[in-house]
Design a protein around this ligand. Sequence first.
Ligand SMILES: [Zn+2]
Length: 422
Amino acid sequence: MRDIELYQKLLGFTAPWRVTAVAVQEASGDTPLGEITVRVGWPPDVPLHCPECEAVVPGYDTRPRRWRHLNTMQWKTFIEADVPRVNCLKCGVKQVPVAWAEDGSRFTELFEAYAIQVLQAVRSKVQAQWLTALSWDQVDRVMGHAAHNVERAVTRGVARRSLEGLRYAGLDEKSFGKGHDYVSVLHDLEGRRVLEVVPERTREAANTLWAAIPEPQRQAIDAVAMDMWVPYLEATRVAAPQALIVHDKFHCAKELNKAVDLVRRREHRELQAQGEKTLTKTRYLWLKNPLNWTDRQRERFQAIKVDALNVGRAWAIKEAFSDFWDYRYTGSANKFFDRWYFWATHSRLAPIIAAAKTLKRHLPGLLAYTKHRITNAAAEGMNAQIQLLKANARGYRNFTQYRIAILFHCGKLDLYPAGRPS
Ligand SMILES: [Zn+2]
């Protein structure tokens, strides 16, 4: 078998494209791998069709094109062709599409798919180097090629994505970059995928998130998990008015923890002023779930006269509230809340009273948990992944790249070019 026939078979391009020549360039300083260039051509006796109206039309001219393809052994491999343009009386001058690459791409679809797989499988250069046994420079080259295509891949994936059957969504904030920059993330809680990411956590941001979901699917959503952030709440009431808003129980716990901590800090200061060290280094004791206490923390707790301390009372009120989430009937949950609320608001502990009032203001969203037992914790696995992306990238220099990376890794998108073999 000659080289041309071999490559004709290996490439598997559809007729009438034919391999016309194979050129080998030995490795040198510039090309440490060596390069193979496969020339393919459209036989002159095969008629040309207009890509738009499909009429048989005369050729106009050709355009030289070059694509990176999968390696042959360790040899970098390129496809070259003079791609014909046709002159259609109806449609004008048009380039004939090639079967192996998307319009305007400098990579064949197979190479693009490979690059995407490498990038999806590895999240750091160290991993990529280890997996591929390539040098740093070579990894850079592969990742660089892939990076060009990631954005195209994500755009393609989002356009193809099906949102049929989306029942439970989650609206969540993530920190981004240094300081207090935030992004807002919309999750599909059952599908465990990220649907969209936008900068900030404003009303506007939430509107933009919702706009990513076509209206019919948006209006088929049963419930949305979120914290008690008012801009999220308002945007959701407009975008998906039928959806029940379910306040995330972890965010409610955070609210109460914050109140307990305020009580502790104030009391600690007062005790210290009298020379008492009762509350020194107890911060995490009051915030941690007692089930997760260490033996030392448990001993410490037993040594403290909890009932005599303000922080002890605040802690008891916070701990008691966790029973709220066990109720399955809205009526019983409501009764429990009333009793708890009376206790909390008569505690004479200002931070606890304030937190209780916040919860009361959002009571419908708390009670909704009896109907739809959703929280953004389902998105926690993804959040961990997003954190990892942030840590590894150390420079998503701008938000756009960060968004692309999140959707690429956490969007469960079909990223591959259309022509890939199944
Ligand atoms: Zn035409």
